[in-house]
Design a protein around this ligand. Structure first.
Ligand code: BGC
Length: 740
């Protein structure tokens, strides 16, 4: 539709109709169109509001979206099509590893391909918008939502923000893409103590330096939508934060797309104590330029009275409505409200072989080999394997935010191994995943009766243990699959204990006494504390929630079909009490190494090391390699020049390797204290066995800027350390000086 025609449409719309475009309800409001449904009454939503609303949340499937679209088109006075939005966070039906695993691939191009696939499946199923990428920087493994983020590093999250947004939107014009909606703006990952929905309070320099860059990268990559967060930032709930949304996002960054609230977050301005009632909440959110109210009654019920009472200028509503209409028009919905949606396309698109192949490749690269004592991995085809643990035959490998995925389509670990090991494989459950009734109750989805059934009796548990020991005794190698349940990680999955539960530890204890080789595969949505198991097992593979092709990928790594190359993008703590722990922390006045103080009066813990169990950037591959000959093209950098950083990477072992060569800097002296290290670049380099490769980086002065507490960026002359290495804790070092 031409812009003039669209303008005319806006002018012809009643105030009520315009407000409808700013309201987003969820699927249950449209099923059978029954106004007697509970949530409607609870929110005070009338059928009229339902009929006038402009978008809907989490209705998916070509058939279901068509039905809602048909209805909506028939009841809307101006036949304005509906926008369908859904949480397609890391795959729709073909589910990839959780984003923390996608981060560990250090392969933004492959992730982009993955998001092309998610968008293809999602759009075929009638969804126009994905509520992703989630690029909150995460520092605290207690927070369940670390699962949804690529990790703790602002640079790396920015790289993935771009590839994910492009992945969604690449094919938008052809009807095979989806609009990206970056979230949760801003700083949600900084929730205090890792407690869900808790306060976020941080310095402005920290916000600009660490938290904002990934969202900015998503906006720069063209993300057409942004979602505000559920939390407050420095005392202001972000959904009502005019400074953050209007001054920073729209004016300073030039974002002219749609801002949507998070689920009920406009209403929650009242609970935050930031708005006095629904009217005040609606006023504050609209004033902050939030266009769409997701799942709260505030816009639907209160905007009209604000205008008629003369408290709100109707042009504010026009501006927001205009942005909604623009997006609908850009998607071509006025010409074809059903776009490229059909049940045939959907059936063809979903879970095709080529899509599964990408899911497998992503999972192959996402798995991180954390330990491999005496090189016990890879396994040999003819070894007798006892695959033990609650995940051995489990299909629930998708993780909490794969809300549209079907676990029945995923490959189990046993199925994956069986394809290689054949009759050499025996499996046993060994123990329950969770035996803690209180935890199961708090998870919130199960009745008491269901919980009773989920926890085996002591007798059955003992029998499961014994069976595991029995098959282990006849095996060459034990492969143990332990970890957390899908519902322990993800939204509202905050925890204070990050070790494996006691029943799982007990099983490890029993099996470790058999004197057999043990490989532990951890399934988790977060870094676990593995300190108390590293000495009891030989090898450890962090497999996250690996997705639809998880079982195949785990077998690929176990048997060396693929040499593991995943590297952690979030620190694995030594003890939960170290949280929040992240590699790019600021320098302190009394570092444990290098302080003039010795012994007690340095920055440390009395009962645990200050270092993590596994640092950011860490991961093993089969074989070995050596990084050497780090050289700079110059030890002087001026503002308009650059320096080249070169090193040699030598494959010194018997396997082809994919090296993730990481480049960090440290600003030795600055007017704002700087991180001890910060990643500014990386290269994934294939080095075949027996070969040596030269790796080269370029450092430009613009990569050395930092922010002050007014959000201004600075570049200060002085000395910098350059580190290049295999992880944030294993680097070669050089120095250079920046001058005018
Ligand atoms: C989450 C968002 C999600 C939304 C819609 C909220 O609870 O915080 O990430 O997009 O629900 O499902």
């Amino acid at each position: 539709m031409k812009q003039e025609k669209l303008r005319k449409l806006l002018n012809d719309m009643s105030l009520e109709e315009k407000i409808g475009q700013l309201v987003q309800l969820s699927g249950e409001f449209y099923k059978a169109n029954d106004i007697s449904l509970g949530p409607q009454q609870k929110l005070g939503i009338t059928q009229k509001i339902v009929d006038l609303s402009g978008s809907v949340l989490n209705v998916t499937g070509a058939k279901a979206t068509k039905e809602v679209q048909d209805h909506q088109m028939s009841v809307q006075p101006h036949h304005i099509p509906m926008l369908f939005m859904a949480d397609i966070i890391y795959g729709y039906k073909t589910v990839f590893p959780i984003p923390l695993g996608l981060g560990a691939t250090w392969d933004p191009e492959l992730v982009r391909k993955g998001f092309n696939i998610a968008a293809d499946e999602g759009s075929a199923a009638g969804n126009h918008v994905s509520f992703a990428p989630m690029v909150d920087v995460v520092h605290d493994a207690r927070w369940g939502r670390v699962l949804e983020s690529p990790g703790e590093d602002p640079y790396l999250n920015s790289v993935f923000a771009k590839s994910m947004v492009e992945g969604f939107q690449d094919k938008l014009k052809d009807g095979a893409g989806q609009v990206a909606c970056v979230k949760h703006f801003a700083g949600y990952g900084g929730v205090e103590a890792g407690r869900e929905y808790n306060t976020v309070d941080m310095s402005i320099s920290n916000l600009y330096q660490n938290y904002l860059p990934p969202y900015k990268a998503a906006v720069d990559a063209g993300s057409k939508m942004v979602m505000s967060s559920l939390t407050s930032l420095n005392g202001v709930p972000t959904t009502g934060d005019k400074w953050l949304l209007d001054d920073v996002l729209r004016k300073a960054w030039g974002f002219n797309g749609l801002i949507i609230s998070d689920y009920a977050s406009i209403y929650e301005l009242i609970k935050h104590g930031f708005a006095k009632d629904e009217t005040d909440a609606a006023h504050k959110a609209l004033n902050a330029t939030v266009d769409i109210d997701m799942k709260s009654p505030c816009y639907a019920k209160r905007l009209q009275e604000l205008v008629t009472d003369g408290k709100l200028d109707e042009t504010k509503i026009d501006e927001a409505t205009w942005r909604v209409l623009l997006l609908k028009n850009e998607l071509g919905l006025f010409e074809d409200p059903y776009r490229s949606v059909s049940e045939e396309r959907e059936a063809k698109s979903i879970l095709s072989d080529s899509k599964r192949k990408v899911a497998r490749e992503l999972a192959d690269k996402a798995l991180v080999l954390l330990q491999n004592k005496n090189g016990i991995l890879p396994l040999k085809k003819d070894e007798k394997i006892a695959l033990i643990g609650p995940y051995a035959n489990e299909k629930l490998l998708l993780g909490m935010w794969a809300v549209h995925g079907d676990p029945n389509t995923s490959v189990t670990i046993a199925e994956g191994i069986k394809e290689i090991a054949g009759d050499n494989l025996k499996t046993a459950k060994g123990t329950d995943l969770i035996r803690d009734a209180h935890l199961l109750k708090e998870i919130g989805y199960f009745t008491d009766e269901e919980i009773d059934k989920m926890i085996s009796s002591e007798k059955v548990e003992q029998k499961n243990n014994d069976e595991a020991v029995k098959i282990a005794q006849t095996a060459d190698t034990i492969v143990l699959t332990l970890g957390e349940s899908t519902l322990e990680a993800g939204e509202a999955g905050a925890k204070t204990k990050l070790t494996l539960p006691e029943n799982q530890l007990h099983l490890i204890d029993r099996l470790s006494k058999l004197g057999k080789k043990i490989v532990l595969i951890t399934i988790s949505g977060r870094p676990l504390v593995l300190t108390n198991v590293v000495d009891k097992v030989d090898a450890i593979i962090e497999a996250w929630f690996p997705g639809t092709e998880g079982g195949h990928a785990i077998a690929d790594i176990l048997y060396g079909k693929v040499n593991p190359s995943g590297r952690l993008t979030m620190t694995f703590p030594y003890a939960v009490g170290q949280e929040p722990i992240y590699y790019n922390h600021l320098s302190t006045g009394r570092p444990q190494v290098g302080s003039q103080h010795v012994g007690r009066f340095v920055s440390k813990y009395l009962d645990a090391p200050v270092t993590p169990l596994y640092p950011f950037g860490y991961g093993l591959s089969y074989g070995s390699s050596e990084y050497k000959d780090l050289k700079l093209s110059s030890h002087k950098l001026t503002r308009n020049s650059s320096i080249k950083v070169k090193l040699t990477v030598k494959n010194t072992g018997g396997y082809d390797r994919r090296e993730i060569v990481q480049l960090y800097i440290h600003d030795q002296v600055a007017s704002i204290v700087q991180p001890v290290k910060r990643l500014i670049d990386f290269k994934a380099v294939k080095v075949p066995r027996g070969q040596t490769k030269e790796v080269e980086f370029e450092i430009k002065a613009s990569e050395l800027t930092f922010y002050d507490n007014l959000g201004r960026d600075y570049l200060e002359n002085g000395d910098f350390d350059v580190f290049v290495g295999k992880s944030s804790a294993d680097c070669l070092k050089e120095t250079f000086e920046l001058s005018e």
